[in-house]
Design a binder for this molecule. Structure first.
Ligand SMILES: Cc1cc2nc3c(=O)[nH]c(=O)nc-3n(C[C@H](O)[C@H](O)[C@H](O)COP(=O)(O)OP(=O)(O)OC[C@H]3O[C@@H](n4cnc5c(N)ncnc54)[C@H](O)[C@@H]3O)c2cc1C
Length: 411
């Protein structure tokens, strides 16, 4: 009989857990993954799928095909018992519950879109976090255009339907606005020419600036570029409620619209909030510099749901990916009886697409913007996609969009 391998239970299939699964030595650990999502999603290109620049399946990779020799259960972990070393899960298909035991647990459950408890957001706005969100946005855009071209509709109703409101001036909100602009300028203007004068895109931001995590000159450039593209950017605009077909601002102003995309930041998942583990004031699980949860020798937390106490790392894909890889290497070294090295984060810079084939890049020694930066943006993300299949599909999608435009079918 081969010696029993320690049971390594991994929660989630996002950037952090996926990179761990790719790197862990499956001959040394029995790897079991639990996640309600049976695939990895490459979020940096998610905004492109909302308008069809890229197709949905081009940016996902099934977890089962990512690595041989692993087990996967499509379920959500709903509670942990760190004394008994078990977790309780709820199936993704019905209310059936089951318990799994572990020797080592890695929590990589990511985060949720934060609504700040603003009334109506959950019910009437769309988020941009998962593939299902992107699909809902794409259908809603088609619905708005087809509905607006029904005969007999009054002008104010057409204007409202074709007003696309984005809440949140961070990278996701800006990238969606840019993609929406491209869709209107390159495709919808051809197929709905009569409706073009009614189309508006408005970006609402509660603070005084957009893309605040970028160098100030780049964020100013982004603002100028969006304005030139006739995207209305309204800073100091605080949304106090979302109702069906309109957004209400704290000033009392009502903004009629056909679609609201909500991207104002992230908050903790239900599991991170409820688990009896130490947390910071933003609900992230507190870990030491090796990503071990404080006071729990056998529990690790990685990615967006974790907070290394000595270093406040941003909630980004590169941090998540590096934390997952590090924990896998650490566990591999421990299994071989070697002393693991300390974690060091390598910041590779930030990129954002602005629409109209323009992007910005905030790299260590270079602050770049414009058309060539857009080419850099595309090539960086093409190389970062996690499989050859994804790379070929995304290249094909870009070529298809260039040659035939984006698909506007509604189904
Ligand atoms: C639209 C968009 C664009 C982005 N662009 C960039 C970018 O350009 N660059 C960048 O660095 N970052 C970007 N990010 C941020 C980046 O996606 C996140 O920081 C990263 O995904 C975090 O990785 P993670 O593994 O911690 O979480 P996630 O990737 O969110 O994965 C969490 C996983 O946990 C699973 N899960 C949730 N609850 C449970 C549970 N109870 N039990 C089991 N599993 C559970 C989920 O299904 C999912 O599989 C973007 C994010 C979005 C939404």
């Amino acid at each position: 009989m081969p010696p029993a391998r320690p049971k390594l239970l991994i929660l989630g299939t996002g950037f952090a857990s996926f990179s761990l699964v790719k790197t862990i030595d499956v001959d040394r650990y029995e790897v079991i993954i639990v996640s309600p999502r049976n695939h990895f999603l490459f979020t940096p290109l998610l905004p492109s799928t909302t308008v069809g620049t890229i197709e949905f399946r081009s940016i996902i990779e099934p977890i089962r095909t990512a690595r041989r020799g692993i087990r996967y259960h499509q379920a959500a972990c709903i509670s942990l018992d760190t004394d008994a070393k078990t977790i309780e899960c709820q199936s993704a298909f019905d209310s059936q519950r089951f318990t799994l035991a572990y020797d080592l647990l890695v929590i990589g459950v990511g985060s949720l879109s934060n609504t700040f408890n603003i009334p109506g957001v959950e019910a009437h706005a769309l988020f941009l976090k998962e593939l299902a969100d992107a699909r809902a946005i794409r259908s809603r855009i088609s619905d708005c255009f087809e509905q607006a071209s029904q005969p007999g509709l009054a002008h104010p109703n057409i204007e409202a339907l074709l007003h696309f409101v984005v809440v949140g001036g961070g990278p996701t909100g800006v990238e969606f606005s840019g993609e929406m602009h491209d869709f209107v300028a390159e495709d919808l203007s051809k197929w709905f020419p009569d409706l073009l004068p009614f189309v508006r895109i408005t970006l609402l931001e509660a603070s005084g600036a957009i893309l605040t995590s970028f160098d100030e000159r780049l964020s100013q450039y982004a603002l100028r570029h969006l304005k030139r593209a006739r995207i209305q950017v309204r800073t100091h605009s605080f949304v106090k409620e979302v109702q069906p077909g309109r957004v209400l601002l704290s000033t009392g102003e009502e903004i009629p619209c056909g679609l609201v995309v909500w991207s104002t930041g992230i908050g903790p998942t239900a599991l991170a909030k409820s688990a009896a583990l130490p947390r910071d004031d933003r609900g992230r699980l507190l870990t030491d510099a090796t990503f071990r949860v404080h006071g729990h020798e056998t529990v690790y937390a990685i990615g967006d749901c974790a907070r290394v106490e000595s270093e406040n790392l941003a909630a980004t894909a590169q941090v998540a990916q590096q934390s997952g890889e590090y924990v896998a290497r650490r566990l591999n070294q421990l299994a071989r009886g070697r002393e693991p090295k300390a974690f060091t984060y390598h910041h590779r810079g930030m990129l954002a697409y602005l629409g109209g084939n323009r992007a910005i890049a905030d790299l260590q020694n270079v602050k770049a913007r414009g058309f060539t930066t857009w080419l850099l943006w595309r090539s960086v993300y093409l190389t970062k996609l996690v499989s050859l299949k994804n790379k070929i599909l995304v290249l094909g999608d870009w070529l298809q969009t260039l040659l035939f435009g984006r698909d506007i079918s509604r189904f």
